[in-house]
Design a protein around this ligand. Structure first.
Ligand code: ATP
Length: 220
């Protein structure tokens, strides 16, 4: 569907427990590659049957706000945190599609690990009908999909053409050439538990907040 006048709207979902440089730096590089004017960070409400984040919703939201303060590339959308029910990405994207109309180019940003596990997401087959997927590289994760069938699905939807992402509203997968950061929220939580420094992993205002709130300081 052609929609050349509407700027590509990019959403970056995750637990952000806590947000770290492995989230922020690849997406800054992605934004340059794809000419994104804005990236909307959307912390999720974790379904009750999954391991719960150590920080509560308000704390995760505050950490995102501290991490992006003064950086006009990013904004936050806390709609999933406001719901009392767990939110599935596909349902939030449906809501956004309804709000923005069929012509709005929409993209959901994920890391390579999420691409590999995407076919376990709730109603994953509907995702590309709603948005493009922009994939950041992540060290330690395979480039190829797990099965030949999954790889065929990826190949069928992949594009290296940035213009196509802007000119169509959904349906493409863009594997970005982003710098690799071997950082995970899990490793950060483990380091904090052992009182190891995390200055190179987490923005300073976020780290100060973590210490002030005594987050991640007890074994869960
Ligand atoms: P955890 O260790 O708690 O599972 P995480 O560090 O993987 O957390 P999430 O909040 O679960 O962070 O991830 C949100 C999104 O960010 C996912 O799409 C994930 O693939 C991506 N992401 C997280 N860390 C990196 C990284 N170092 N490089 C590239 N993408 C990343």
């Amino acid at each position: 569907m052609a929609s050349p006048v509407l700027p590509l709207c990019a959403i970056y979902g995750g637990t952000f427990d806590p947000i770290h440089f492995g989230h922020l730096m690849p997406v800054e590089a992605l934004a340059k590659q794809v000419a994104l004017h804005q990236v909307t960070i959307m912390p999720n409400n974790v379904p009750p049957h999954r391991p719960q984040p150590e920080a509560n919703s308000q704390q995760r939201k505050t950490m995102v706000e501290l991490a992006i303060a003064g950086n006009p590339l990013f904004r936050i959308d806390d709609r999933e945190l406001k719901r009392s029910t767990p939110s599935y990405t596909v349902e939030t994207l449906e809501q956004m599609r309804d709000e923005q109309g069929p012509l709005q180019p929409l993209a959901f940003i994920i890391g390579q690990d999420s691409l590999l596990s995407l076919q376990r997401w709730h109603r994953w087959e509907s995702l590309l009908g709603l948005c493009h997927l922009l994939v950041c590289q992540r060290p330690g994760y395979a480039i190829a999909m797990d099965t030949a069938e999954q790889q065929r699905w990826l190949d069928a939807h992949s594009t290296a053409d940035v213009a196509e992402l802007h000119a169509t509203s959904a349906g493409k997968i863009f594997l970005a050439q982003t710098p690799m950061y071997d950082i995970s929220a899990t490793a950060i939580r483990q380091r904090l538990l052992k009182n190891l420094p995390c200055d190179d992993l987490v923005p300073a205002p976020v780290l100060e907040f973590i210490h002030r709130q005594r987050l991640y300081s007890k074994a869960s």
